[in-house]
Design a protein around this ligand. Structure first.
Ligand code: THU
Length: 136
């Protein structure tokens, strides 16, 4: 897979940071923004959306991915996550599984309010994943 230029990853991280401002998180008060670099090269952003029925809360990563898919995208090349914390936040297990569906080789970058930053891959976060090929 082609490596993603640093400038593109910076734009992705910026989109995630902006998306966190839209977070609907009255229960956890933990605002998360995410952005996805899709197969077309377009960026789709999302935030976490909580619900009074707590189990229905949707993470920012999944909001961004579902928005991309609803726009016709089928591939996720990279995902950026932003939280206004001193340390970066990594995608939860459920989001790793959803990323795997569309981007098993996706790059992941987590950024926060400090200069701390984690750059990794979905492969490293979800080794030996169950995915579409298992159902063929
Ligand atoms: N959350 C995300 O949006 N993404 C993550 O990677 C971790 C957790 C959200 C879910 C919930 O709205 C809040 O953060 C606290 O768990």
């Amino acid at each position: 897979m082609k490596t993603i230029p640093a400038a593109t990853l910076r734009r992705l991280a910026q989109a995630a940071r902006a998306a966190a401002k839209k977070s609907y998180s009255p229960y956890s008060k933990f605002a998360v923004g995410a952005a996805v670099l899709a197969g077309s090269g377009k960026i789709y952003a999302g935030c976490n959306v909580e619900n009074a029925s707590y189990g229905l809360c949707n993470c920012a990563e999944r909001t961004a991915i579902f928005t991309a898919v609803a726009a016709g995208e089928k591939k996720v090349r990279a995902v950026a996550v932003f939280t206004a914390t001193p340390e970066p936040t990594m995608p939860c297990g459920a989001c790793r599984q959803v990323i795997n569906e569309f981007g098993p080789r996706a790059e992941i970058v987590s950024v926060c309010n400090s200069t701390r930053r984690i750059a990794t891959t979905l492969d490293a976060l979800l080794p030996a994943a169950f995915g579409p090929d298992d159902l063929r």
